[in-house]
Design a protein around this ligand. Sequence first.
Ligand code: GDP
Ligand code: MG
Length: 139
Amino acid sequence: MTTNRTFTMIKPDAVADGNSGAILKIIEEAGFRIVALKKTLLTKERAGEFYAVHAERPFYNDLCNYMSSGPIYAAILEKENAVADFRTLIGATNPAQAAEGTIRKLFAKSIEANAVHGSDSDENAALEGSFYFSKTEQF
Ligand code: GDP
Ligand code: MG
């Protein structure tokens, strides 16, 4: 286990439903330190840039519309084993398959509107964090 970072977004459905505070509380209580945090609104183009890895997937256009449909919170988080532990905390992509007590089980509405993002590797965590935050915004 190493102390490292992951990146998350609280997605538009969860922000619109007023669940941002509850989700951040779960994240902090699970031992993640918030290194950077901002509320922002993605354009469809910028959402497409963030999810460029999924450009060939059939749900890409819907995903870009959804992720630009309302404000999100973006955050960099720090903890030992951050990437894997955060994926465990959020649960499966499809909330129907997410384990009890996970953030997606608690708050996701559908496989698309699934409340939160979590990076899938240390490399992507660094890239995704720098998509939103400069070095001088990370403490
Ligand atoms: P994640 O790493 O668990 O977020 O899942 P992926 O990286 O595979 O997908 C990125 C995001 O695309 C997911 O979090 C969902 O918001 C959305 N998504 C994934 N699969 C589907 C799907 O089959 N249909 C739709 N509409 N959206 C999906
Ligand atoms: Mg992913």
